[in-house]
Design a protein around this ligand. Structure first.
Ligand code: SF4
Length: 331
């Protein structure tokens, strides 16, 4: 499958506000060299604890914040730092669904106006065609055409998230970035929204970057997954492999942090010590080493190299990259 999204070596830091005095301004190192790809029509999960940098990755991809370094390509075109006309092109290629369906819709606009807005800005459609497209979008997300005349406060949380998804689809982008799209919803509504996203993915060959802290949701919804810790991807692969046979100690602990139905199994689970360190001064070497039960002296000194395989990889000194055969080395 050809990639619809390619992220290479993405870095982003935020200076700490409100600091006075001399010396360099400290910064929050939100993303520290993140790379991954999403294929056309693929649902790809990005998981990790709060503060690991996954939402910053999402905001860089959709152009809400510029990365400090690295490259983002959507549908083969470089979009890193898009401005002006290039930014309009980016909006046709990738759209975002936000976590909070209550805050992501303008309460003063009818749903019809909200859905028509991107179509009008993009231009090229008559008023009748815009109206027809709005009705088509509402139908696609399971809402009646009459919903166009209503305001956001007249809908439930699940219906508002359907409207947010319809707005994201308005310009027929090949890629959607969904940042915790179901975590603000009731469990029964979560399932409906996930089924809707899956149906839209299959019908339109949509690539979906699905960002979540909920491993159960990612396991059910995504085909592949990348696990983030303190700004770096530590493991990537097909969901079944990553959750059934994780290789990185953090992935093991993250998986085991959901309580099993059998209470007697709880003592056998891996636990994460302490809390995630500050991203202002992340630990040297492997960022996970202060909490890792398998840490070795080298872990505090050197960041582990990415050991790639056919379907992903892992960054841990327990799993070093395979040595390159002499015949494949350069001279
Ligand atoms: Fe643990 Fe070392 Fe692997 Fe980091 S590199 S996860 S500290 S074993």
């Amino acid at each position: 499958m050809s990639p619809i999204l390619e992220v290479r070596g993405l870095r982003k830091s935020f200076p700490v506000a409100g600091r006075f005095g001399f010396g360099p301004v400290p910064a929050v190192h939100a993303i520290d060299g993140v790379s991954f790809t999403v294929a056309a029509g693929e649902n790809f999960g990005l998981v990790g604890e709060s503060g690991c940098g996954k939402s910053t990755v999402a905001r860089c991809i959709v152009g809400l914040i510029p990365p400090d370094a690295g490259e983002i390509r959507v549908a083969g075109a470089t979009v890193t730092g898009s401005r002006g006309r290039k930014a309009v092109g980016l909006h046709r290629s990738v759209q975002m669904v936000f976590q909070d369906p209550f805050a992501s819709l303008n309460p003063r606009l009818t749903i019809g106006t909200t859905l028509a807005e991107p179509l009008v800005i993009a231009g090229g459609l008559s008023r009748a065609a815009v109206r027809a497209r709005v009705a088509e979008l509402l139908e696609a997300v399971g809402l009646p055409a009459a919903a166009a005349a209503k305001f956001p406060h007249e809908f439930s949380g699940g219906q508002r998230q359907r409207i947010s998804i319809a707005r994201a689809l308005a310009l027929r982008p090949p890629l959607i970035v969904a940042d915790e799209p179901v975590s603000a919803l009731d469990v029964s509504v979560q399932a409906q929204i996930l089924l809707l996203l899956e149906a839209l993915r299959a019908a339109h060959n949509l690539g979906i970057l699905f960002i979540s802290h909920d491993l159960g949701v990612v396991r059910n919804f995504c085909r592949r997954v990348a696990v983030m810790y303190l700004g770096r991807i530590v493991e990537e692969g097909p969901v079944e492999r990553v959750f059934q046979a994780p290789r990185h100690p953090y992935t093991v602990a993250l998986r085991d942090s959901s309580l099993p139905p059998d209470p007697s199994a709880r003592d056998r689970l891996a636990r994460i010590e302490g809390e995630m360190p500050s991203a202002i001064d992340p630990p040297k070497g492997c960022h996970f080493h202060p909490r890792c039960p398998h840490r070795m002296p080298v872990c505090a000194l050197e960041a582990p190299a990415w050991a790639a395989d056919a379907e992903g990889g892992v960054a841990c000194h327990l799993h070093p990259p395979a040595p390159i055969a002499p015949s494949l080395r350069g001279t």
